[in-house]
Design a protein around this ligand. Structure first.
Ligand SMILES: [Zn+2]
Length: 88
């Protein structure tokens, strides 16, 4: 079965590779964008979509869903992911 995940911003359900994964690591409580598969923690997902990224940052949704504090550079990292995806 294909893994489906839900965007925390618009609520759309998409397959895993259509979403950006943001994880709060269990050990360090670092918040990482697109963690590798050996990292464990609580994850949320966002569409590769500027409006989803901006609205999630604005409403503090990532922080609430991860129950973690979000570094100020996270938004920039997310927008970078978006740019990388578009350039592929
Ligand atoms: Zn979305």
């Amino acid at each position: 079965m294909e893994h489906k995940r839900k965007c925390i911003s618009c609520g759309e359900i998409k397959s895993r590779d259509e979403l950006i994964r943001i994880m709060s690591e269990y050990n360090s409580e670092n918040v990482v964008v697109q963690p590798n598969s050996t990292t464990f923690g609580r994850s949320v997902y966002l569409c590769y979509n500027k409006s989803c990224i901006e609205s999630a940052c604005k409403k503090n949704r990532i922080s609430k869903c991860l129950k973690a504090s979000i570094p100020s550079e996270l938004k920039g990292q997310l927008l970078n992911e978006l740019r990388n995806k578009e350039n592929k």
